[in-house]
Design a protein around this ligand. Structure first.
Ligand code: SF4
Length: 297
């Protein structure tokens, strides 16, 4: 629980504050960018929300914060905002919120499908969120993009008897997976749902492409708010940068229009192929380097 006495000095006075337990995951700055800003290695409240809509977004940020580093004297508004999750992004694609500290605040997603719903990576365990998933039809499959963003997938899998899917080279993070992928060839997991191995960030990293539209990109690539473009970074590549470059070139052959990452911003793109080819060129030149890393890694 955030403590006002440990609040950062940059916070403007008012209802919301960020304390010194912030791990700089960037989530609050994405959820409520008017309210939260970047002080370099932590977030702070740059502007207290005034409108009901801005208070609601700040309250959502409180709930998304993986370390409970955001405090407020508006508990009723924060409690009310819990019912917003999962938050619809587009048609039947949702952001789960309730980011987990164990995944360094990575985003997770929920996709409704007639043949069974999907969870992509996992939020922290939250009974009210599980109830909401149940109301939306439950969870049939949990796709883990890579070993870092497992969070509380086990509890959601147990709650819904869901099949957990992960690549063999990252499977040590979830040894009881129901389906283990291998190799680097894309694999259709269900109608319109394709797992694409993208080794690089980790050896077993995969992205999930839904309906040639939604690319759940894990930590392979993301939208960089400061750069205003797609990005990947050598500084957060744990396995092999050269493999990540090759994976990116293969991915450039696919069609998609949304990038929905674990870390970094999600974005709808008008020219995804052009964006990703430009990223490939920067990666090859070595330009996609530390400065492109989202602060949350
Ligand atoms: S959401 Fe992330 S960046 Fe924001 S206060 Fe919490 S830990 Fe810090």
């Amino acid at each position: 629980m955030a403590t006002r006495a440990r609040g950062h000095s940059e916070n403007v006075p008012g209802s919301f504050f960020v304390d010194d337990t912030c791990i700089d995951c960037d989530t609050c700055r994405q959820v409520a960018p008017l309210v939260f800003a970047d002080a370099g290695d932590h977030s702070f409240v740059q502007l207290q929300p005034e409108s009901d809509a801005d208070v609601r977004l700040a309250a959502r940020a409180v709930l998304c914060c993986p370390t409970n580093s955001i405090g407020s004297d508006r508990p009723a508004e924060v409690r009310a905002a819990a019912s917003d999750f999962p938050v619809r992004i587009d048609v039947e694609v949702y952001a789960c919120g309730f980011n987990a500290e164990s995944s360094f605040g990575a985003h997770s997603y929920f996709v409704r499908r007639p043949e069974g719903n999907w969870l992509i990576d996992s939020p922290r365990w939250m009974p009210a969120l599980a109830t909401r998933f149940a109301e939306l039809g439950g969870i049939a499959n949990i796709f883990l993009t890579h070993r870092d963003d497992v969070a509380d997938a086990r509890r959601y899998a147990d709650r819904f008897s869901a099949t957990v899917i992960i690549h063999a080279l990252d499977a040590s993070a979830f040894p009881v997976a129901g389906r283990v992928l291998d190799g680097v060839d894309p694999q259709e997991l269900a109608a319109g749902i394709v797992a694409i191995p993208t080794p690089g960030h980790t050896a077993g990293h995969c992205v999930l492409l839904v309906d040639d539209t939604y690319l759940f990109s894990g930590d392979h690539l993301w939208w960089s708010r400061p750069q205003g473009r797609l990005s990947a970074s050598r500084s957060v590549c744990w396995h092999s940068w050269s493999e990540q470059c090759r994976s990116m070139r293969r991915l450039a052959e696919r069609r998609f229009s949304w990038v929905l990452p674990g870390h970094g911003e999600r974005m709808h793109l008008d020219d995804p192929q052009g964006e990703i080819l430009a990223l490939c060129a920067r990666m090859t030149e070595g330009a996609a380097s530390d400065k492109d890393a989202p602060s949350e890694h």
